[in-house]
Design a protein around this ligand. Structure first.
Ligand SMILES: [Zn+2]
Ligand SMILES: [Zn+2]
Length: 359
């Protein structure tokens, strides 16, 4: 090839921002050791009339992204398309709006949660439980998500981000934040009640804070000493190592009114049923099995998945009052395969957040 033409082509490839964006793309689920995400230049998505284009500033890295990328959830139909751009806890700036969009304008800072869109007409949507909508699209699982410099989103499912929060501290509110909030609400706690929270990671550390804001007595259970220290800092009344005799330690102080399980472990679910009062509530927010359930205790088991738009808005309102502390570590998009490997090896102590600097 003529070298002048070659230089010209190269120069164009190096100037990607007008039409192209950098993105981490999954073509085929595979173990992280194979570095399944490819960093590529893709065309910036075109928006429909009810959509917005977002220039992404930050995107959290969720353990569920890891499960999808490694193919753990193929039996659940996730990912629903390939190739796909993962990522579902996003903060960015509105760059373009479709003709029908009224709720946000160009320049607004917004967030996107896993619930990408809903039908608006089914029994769940009209009863304020749209997180259960059968037609729901899930960010980064059924449609492209936030491991990219740009994404498009449905205007009806974007949220204004409070100005007191940095991009990278706001991003985790859009998955761990809303997931923790809904689980705590479903546990029906109040100032006179106690709750045991199993699993103190990205979600659990926020659940402790919501439960304390609602006045409950909180017991935090984790295998990780550092996470238990964080739990204590965040106001947990009692912290217990899951390597110890969790059940006897808790019941020697009295059965709890409710338990919330974010630790992906059958053992944690079983322990939750053991330490919760008769007639109490056990909220399960992870994939785990419930074994040896004692029906005679009349406990109530509830699943909890992400959250509704009202849940999300409540989380942002609480965060806008400076009442939430989000623990996070910042990385670049190019590091995504190594970040996910670290997450797999449980070497990420706080929420990993990808930070973007594209202008
Ligand atoms: Zn998530
Ligand atoms: Zn619906």
């Amino acid at each position: 090839m003529n070298s002048i033409i070659a230089v010209h082509i190269k120069a164009n490839l190096l100037r990607p921002l007008l039409r192209f964006m950098k993105a981490a793309v999954l073509y085929k689920p595979a173990k992280m050791e194979e570095n399944p995400l490819k960093i590529e230049q893709l065309e910036i998505p075109k928006i429909e009339d009810d959509e917005v284009l977002i220039r992404i500033k930050a995107c959290g890295v969720c353990r569920s992204n890891l499960h999808m990328i490694e193919g753990d959830w193929l039996d659940l139909g996730v990912p629903a398309k390939l190739p796909i751009i993962p990522g579902h806890e996003i903060v960015g700036i509105v760059e373009k709006v479709g003709k029908e969009v009224r709720n946000v304008k160009v320049g607004d800072r917004v967030g996107v949660q896993p619930l990408y869109s809903t039908c608006g007409a089914c029994e769940y949507c009209i009863s304020g439980r749209e997180n259960l909508c059968n037609m729901a699209e899930i960010t980064g699982e059924t449609v492209d998500g936030g491991y990219a410099e740009y994404m498009k989103a449905k205007a009806a499912h974007v949220y204004e981000v409070p100005s007191n929060l940095k991009d990278e501290e706001a991003a985790p509110l859009f998955c761990p934040g809303v997931t923790a909030y809904r689980a705590v609400m479903l546990s029906e706690i109040s100032p006179a009640k106690s709750v045991a929270i199993f699993g103190i990671g990205g979600v659990g550390h926020l659940a402790i804070q919501f439960a304390k804001l609602y006045g409950a007595k909180v017991i935090a259970v984790s295998a990780d000493e550092q996470k238990l220290r964080i739990a204590k800092e965040l106001g947990a009344d009692l912290t217990i190592s899951s390597k110890s005799d969790v059940v006897n330690q808790i019941i020697s102080l009295g059965y709890v009114d409710s338990s919330i399980v974010f630790a992906p472990s059958d053992e944690a679910v079983f322990q939750a049923t053991q330490v919760t009062k008769k007639g109490g509530i056990i909220v399960i927010g992870v994939r785990a099995n419930l074994n040896d359930f004692r029906f005679a205790n009349e406990q109530i088991i509830k699943g909890s998945v992400i959250g509704t738009r009202v849940d999300m808005m409540n989380v942002l309102k609480i965060a806008s009052q400076g009442k939430l502390k989000v623990y996070y570590e910042v990385y670049q998009l190019e590091e995504i395969n190594s970040v996910l490997k670290k997450l797999k090896r449980r070497e990420i102590r706080e929420r990993a957040v990808l930070k973007f600097s594209a202008e």
